[in-house]
Design a protein around this ligand. Structure first.
Ligand SMILES: NC(=O)c1ccc[n+]([C@@H]2O[C@H](COP(=O)([O-])OP(=O)(O)OC[C@H]3O[C@@H](n4cnc5c(N)ncnc54)[C@H](OP(=O)(O)O)[C@@H]3O)[C@@H](O)[C@H]2O)c1
Length: 434
């Protein structure tokens, strides 16, 4: 069916702004609640689309709202803003594209869609003179995209640090505070509704890297695909790592980190990382999120709050709707993105290396020998009292070294015959207050 083209899409100031909702799940329902109970000025909910829509109907939505399971009803309607809250890249992406192509503005909280196709969708929105907003796609209720577009537009952001996945943060803080094992902490997170039945995307770091890719574009103006970001699962972390981290004045967090390398390349990683216990990153407890931005002129700015949940995310979505209805400027989205010459995870930091070995004389000397061969300086060796010599954990910390050099040394060390478990290496983010 042909989709009518309308340029520009937005209603004249003073006229009503019609909103169609795609997806009536956790966030969609919460957005509909706000739009029904206290809509932004001039905004009116007109359509709710969902598959099997009859089972979704609720009595608090006004009778004038059209419930439908036919996407054509929305895309061919005079709706001014389409709010995509279904998730997944397809069919959501194709429908968002069709909405923008028809000159409708779009609001979405879909991190995978924006991380993978945000640049081309923004460019389509510009071409069709409509708006694409996605505040809810990063750090849920924290208005980080708005802060970058408005309050920090005068600065040049040089670094992004974040805790962007509440599930991982909940698991790691439970392990740190209560000595809980990884599996138990994950189960608790699932029981409390913080973790999905299939938590792969969270614990492998795929959720956080999609959000970091969006922040790379919004904060660093870097065009990066999530798959380019070096990512490591938090599953390698054990209770013994928190005990050693405490000895070092640190704790462990899943940290998302990106910065330009000064030569056109970008460093970007999502990894379990040691951070100082007094740092802003360490103080983020439970399922909360944090984003720490470093600006060339303004220094560091910290944003923290609820990173997920229907309530906080729906506020981000409705704020985007309100902004479009106010015809806010798209100035910062219009700025061109720069493709890095390369994307690597080569942050040069001190490293935490945890070994679990069958104890015997000479182990430290062999590790130190391998480190020396690769020019890596050992900073400290830590060993807590442990009941068995058959699987004895201990930790070596190093001075700052490039991860690629460390990887070579660790490859050599891994081949030695005293390991009971593969060694674990974690970067230590202890050079500054973040
Ligand atoms: N939940 C959060 O805390 C949170 C936070 C930030 C961002 N987000 C993002 O917000 C989006 C929505 O998340 P959510 O938690 O609200 O998900 P959800 O509870 O699973 O809701 C998705 C809704 O969309 C419907 N839907 C999915 N695919 C569809 C299709 N192909 N055709 C028609 N209807 C379809 C689902 O219908 P069924 O009921 O039939 O499955 C469901 O009602 C996702 O992109 C998510 O990443 C969520």
């Amino acid at each position: 069916m042909a989709i009518p083209r309308r340029h520009p899409a937005l209603p004249d100031p003073g006229t009503r702004c019609r909103v169609a909702l795609l997806g009536f799940g956790t966030v969609g329902t919460a957005v509909a609640r706000i739009l029904c109970e206290q809509p932004p000025a001039g905004v009116e909910l007109t359509h709710i689309f969902n598959r099997g829509v009859s089972r979704k109907r609720v009595d608090w939505v006004p009778a004038g709202v059209r419930w439908t399971e036919d996407i054509g009803d929305v895309l061919d309607s005079p709706a001014d803003i389409v709010v995509e809250l279904m998730g997944g890249i397809e069919p959501a992406g194709g429908w968002v594209e069709r909405a923008l192509d028809a000159g409708k503005s779009v609001v979405t909280a879909n991190k995978q869609l924006i991380a993978h196709r945000g640049a081309s969708l923004l460019s389509l929105a510009r071409e069709r003179r409509c708006h694409l907003r996605f505040e809810g796609s990063v750090a849920g209720g924290i208005p980080i995209i708005a802060a970058l577009r408005d309050g920090l537009a005068g600065d040049r952001i040089s670094r992004v640090l974040g805790i962007l996945n509440g599930t991982c943060n909940y698991i790691l803080t439970s392990m740190a505070d209560g000595g809980t094992a990884f599996g138990t902490a994950l189960q608790q997170a699932q029981e409390l509704g913080y973790a999905e039945a299939d938590p792969t995307d969270d614990i492998e770091g795929y959720d956080a890297r999609a959000k970091l890719a969006i922040l790379c574009a919004a904060a660093l103006r870097a065009d990066v695909q999530p798959e380019q970001i070096a990512t490591r699962a938090i599953t390698v972390i054990e209770a013994v790592d928190f005990a050693h981290a405490r000895q070092l004045g640190c704790t462990i967090r899943q940290v998302s980190h990106a910065e330009w390398d000064g030569q056109g390349g970008l460093h970007a990683t999502v990894r379990p990382t040691l951070v100082y216990r007094e740092s802003a990153l360490a103080r983020v407890a439970g399922s909360q999120n944090i984003v720490v931005l470093r600006g060339q002129y303004g220094g560091e700015t910290v944003f923290s709050g609820s990173g997920a949940g229907g309530g906080p995310t729906s506020v981000a979505v409705v704020s985007d709707i309100a902004a479009i209805a106010r015809l806010e400027s798209e100035r910062s989205e219009a700025a061109a993105l720069r493709a890095p010459t390369h994307v690597r995870g080569e942050f040069v930091t001190p490293q935490y290396l945890r070994f679990v070995v069958r104890d015997r004389p000479g182990i430290i000397a062999r590790i130190a020998g391998a480190m020396e061969q690769h020019g890596i300086n050992i900073d400290a060796v830590l060993q807590l009292p442990y009941p068995t010599k058959q699987a004895l954990p201990f930790v070596v910390t190093t001075e700052a070294c490039p991860p690629s050099v460390l990887a070579e040394a660790m490859r050599q060390i891994s081949e030695l015959d005293f390991h009971v478990q593969p060694p674990v290496d974690l970067p230590m983010l202890i050079g500054d207050a973040a």
